[in-house]
Design a protein around this ligand. Structure first.
Ligand code: TXA
Ligand code: MG
Length: 366
């Protein structure tokens, strides 16, 4: 779709202690209905005032996002929550939500809660009677939300279908000329989006999207965890309900690099032998080949582009670099990509979820 060309301003701010003066121009743009990208502790978000339909529409336009995919609203303090949401159905459910917020906010945990009628634009909720809310743990995000005085609707600041941005330069690559500004506060933290949950009852949450807060951490905080079908670990039989995903965004192809990608599961020796054979074959056909490997195995591969995504012993560092690696394959014009896999424990669950989506669920067991 052709959209109006915008002059995208870049603001550099101190990522640890941004001062209000530095953030003022960006906050002003948000107040007047503009779109501004900013860093969070997960990925960069593209923000706009969640209460103003014309502002929220600019987000969908800039990203090319399907309009039935609702947005997360970002807040800077708990008082804002009461302005956006209605109480949960039971006192026990409210208490569980409160406990999890105490434990994980600010942080990468998003709650889907009953929306207060009229509190946000219907474009934010895609017409649902719920709204997704989170309080990000990034000093720049918190300061910007506070300075703008707006609850900020903010999806990841990428063109729809592309990997989420973890650097301001990724945002520029995707959205320069399509948004009003980018607050550059350095690298985002976790590297994967927030975990999205809904409260089932006083003891249980349903995970709609795995992310920065792991199922193990939620259980440690006293919540039982069940999974929406698209969020369950692939290896588990706990895929609660196999109905349409409750988090509408999960049904879309996401994070996809331009090349054809496959995940290869199995014993490390077998995996590297199988990928090696595929690389030789593809090269014969004149295709540019790429492998996404763990540091422990990278030396085994001879492809046009071998990217080390991090160490199997440090899956949090893998999360941090995953999207940048997927973008790098594109930058190098790679046409065929094979990726190693990791156990679906801790952050490994969210990692495999994103990798499987990037590969369009093409998973080969060798
Ligand atoms: O880490 C993050 O969450 C990042 C940063 C910028 O905060 N944001 C982000 O937003 O990932 P987005 O729009 O890319 O993903 C929002 C997810 C989608 O899967 C969407 O379907 C789901 O949240 N969602 C939003 N509102 C919902 C609702 N009312 N019910 C169910 N799912 C909802
Ligand atoms: Mg996204």
């Amino acid at each position: 779709m052709k959209i109006p060309v915008r002059n995208t301003t870049n603001w550099h701010v101190d990522s640890h202690s941004p001062d209000r003066e530095q953030l003022k121009p960006a906050a002003e743009r948000l107040k007047s209905g503009g779109t501004v990208a900013f860093p969070t502790e997960t990925v960069y978000g593209l923000g706009a005032d969640a209460r103003r339909t014309e502002a929220v529409e600019r987000i969908f336009e800039a990203k090319g996002r399907p309009s039935d995919n609702p947005l997360i609203v970002h807040i800077a303090d708990r008082a804002q929550l009461a302005e956006l949401t209605e109480p949960l159905a039971t006192e026990a459910a409210a208490q569980l939500a409160g406990r999890l917020m105490d434990r994980f906010w600010p942080g990468p945990l998003t709650f889907v809660l009953p929306v207060k009628p009229g509190a946000v634009s219907p474009r934010v909720t895609a017409g649902l009677d719920t709204v997704a809310v989170r309080m990000p743990a990034h000093p720049v995000a918190l300061a910007l939300i506070a300075a703008s005085g707006c609850p900020l609707a903010a999806p990841s600041a990428n063109r729809s279908g592309r990997p989420s941005p973890t650097l301001a330069s990724h945002v520029r690559d995707d959205l320069d000329g399509r948004i009003d500004g980018i607050v550059d506060g350095g690298a985002a933290g976790v590297g994967l989006e927030s975990t999205v949950v809904e409260i089932v009852d006083g003891g249980t949450v349903r995970m709609l999207r795995p992310g920065g807060v792991t199922a193990e951490a939620l259980r440690e905080a006293g919540a039982e965890v069940v999974y929406d079908a698209v969020a369950a670990p692939e290896s588990s039989s706990n895929a609660a309900d196999a109905q349409a995903p409750r988090s509408p965004g999960m049904k879309y192809a996401h994070y996809a690099p331009q090349g054809l990608m496959q995940l290869v599961k199995g014993d490390a020796e077998a995996v590297s032998a199988w990928i090696g054979a595929q690389v030789r074959e593809a090269r014969k056909n004149g295709e540019r080949t790429g492998v996404l490997a763990f540091a422990e195995h990278a030396a085994r591969y001879d492809a046009d582009c071998v990217l080390v995504v991090g160490s199997l012993a440090r899956l949090d560092s893998v999360a941090h670099g995953l999207y940048a690696s997927l973008r790098e394959f594109d930058a190098q014009g790679i046409q065929r990509i094979w990726a190693e896999t990791c156990p679906e424990q801790g952050i490994g669950h969210a990692l495999m979820n994103r990798l499987a989506k990037a590969a369009g669920h093409a998973v080969i067991e060798v």
